[in-house]
Ligand binder design. Structure first.
Ligand SMILES: [Zn+2]
Length: 314
């Protein structure tokens, strides 16, 4: 592979021998790169550095053997557009909806500097909409066809500091209840909050299909999840050299509890780390996973695909 500008999108990998689904991505809507509220100017960039349009995403997915993607809308400005995107592309794009854990405190008027040093200011939609109303909108939209999950919700101890904790836990609990009410799978964002996520799930009772999206725990956490029948959804981070713990966690999950995702536009799998990510690139992670498990690629892809159907019914 020729070394390219870090803005360049990954090459479309060779087509997988069996179709898979990107279980968690962020397609361009609202605030996402290339979406309607993304105001950056990409016009000076060469073609392979332009954020793909939705049509281009779909064409590249097709070429890579990625038959569908679940796009997560998890901020107020992205909710309706994500649901609409799914409605416009039946069978190819599905939606997961929630108020992101780092958005939850903002809807409660709590804007603080996170442990990561980033300041979190209030946008107009935070001021105008309480947490209850925001989750209410998720609840309304989640009944639309094409919306197949509640997510991403959960806990984030990296971005949200002490003052926001209670709001984050409250939001997580509201989403757990909503997933159960609508009988939808739950996609959990767990950043440096493994124990607390497990504690809240067990206290409230986890939805029947519970997924730790972009799994970031170790082998012990994987065993805890497995005991409860919770899924580990793995993205590009498992391909990074330093993440040996994550590979051990991946191997600690039984085959039937592993899912595949990108969490694009970030966390691009090797050999494209540092470049923008996109749904089609989950094919790199599928290959990596098959090799790591020491199984045939076609069998592994079929397994991942069957697991996706089991959880999301797609
Ligand atoms: Zn995500």
């Amino acid at each position: 592979m020729a070394k390219k500008n870090r803005h360049a999108y990954p090459d479309v990998p060779e087509r997988l021998p069996h179709d898979v689904v990107d279980n968690h991505t962020h397609l361009p809507v609202g605030t996402d790169p290339g979406g309607s509220a993304d105001t950056r100017d990409y016009s000076a960039r060469p073609e392979n550095e332009m954020p793909p349009t939705v049509a281009e995403h779909l064409a590249r997915m097709e070429a890579a053997g990625v038959r569908a993607a679940i796009t997560s809308g998890c901020e107020m400005p992205d909710l309706e557009e994500s649901a609409a995107l799914a409605a416009a592309h039946p069978g190819r794009i599905y939606a997961a909806l929630a108020i992101h854990p780092n958005e939850a405190p903002l809807h409660c008027g709590i804007a603080e500097t996170g442990p990561d040093g980033l300041e979190h200011g209030l946008d107009p939609w935070h001021r105008e909409c309480s947490l209850e109303d925001a989750v209410g909108l998720v609840s309304d939209l989640a009944r639309q066809p094409g919306v197949v999950a509640i997510g991403e919700t959960g806990l984030d101890r990296f971005r949200t500091a002490e003052a926001g904790k209670a709001a984050q836990i409250e939001a997580f609990r509201m989403h757990i209840a909503l997933a159960k009410e609508l009988d939808l799978p739950l996609q959990i964002h767990d950043r440096e909050a493994h124990e607390d996520c497990v504690r809240v799930l067990l206290a409230d009772g986890a939805p029947e299909r519970t997924v730790f999206h972009c799994f970031s725990g170790d082998a012990e956490m994987a065993r805890t999840c497995s005991e409860h029948g919770w899924y580990g959804s793995f993205g590009g981070t498992m391909t990074y050299k330093a993440n040996e713990d994550l590979r051990e966690a991946f191997l600690a999950f039984p085959d039937e509890l592993v899912l595949l995702e990108t969490d694009a536009p970030y966390l691009t799998p090797m050999p494209w780390r540092g470049h923008p990510n996109a749904a089609y690139a989950c094919a790199y992670t599928a290959r990596f996973g098959a090799e790591l498990r020491g199984v045939e690629l076609a069998d592994w892809c079929a397994r991942l695909d069957a697991n996706t159907r089991e959880v999301y019914g797609i």
